[in-house]
Ligand binder design. Structure first.
Ligand SMILES: [Zn+2]
Length: 84
């Protein structure tokens, strides 16, 4: 299993997806980030690239973000496109 790298500074939470769990790949996660400007909490899945904005969750607060990220990560089986 790959060592867990340091998180980028604006990442506030990370959820391992179902695919990441199956492959023991800690890089396939749903990431929540919080920016210092007024944009609020952003979420993106690194497996399928769907975002919090795409979801049925309304709002960009941390609570909505966590609900979406947890639920999405539990069911997402998408594999990120290999870059190499
Ligand atoms: Zn996903």
């Amino acid at each position: 299993m790959a060592a867990q790298a340091t998180w980028p500074k604006n990442i506030v939470a990370r959820y391992l997806t179902d695919a990441g769990k199956a492959l023991a790949d800690p890089t396939i996660t749903v990431d929540l980030s919080e920016n210092s400007d007024e944009s609020g909490v952003l979420g993106i899945c690194r497996g399928c690239e769907s975002t919090l904005d795409d979801s049925r969750y309304y709002g960009r607060d941390l609570g909505a973000g966590r609900d979406w990220a947890q639920g999405h990560a539990e069911t997402c089986r998408a594999l990120p496109r290999p870059t190499a």
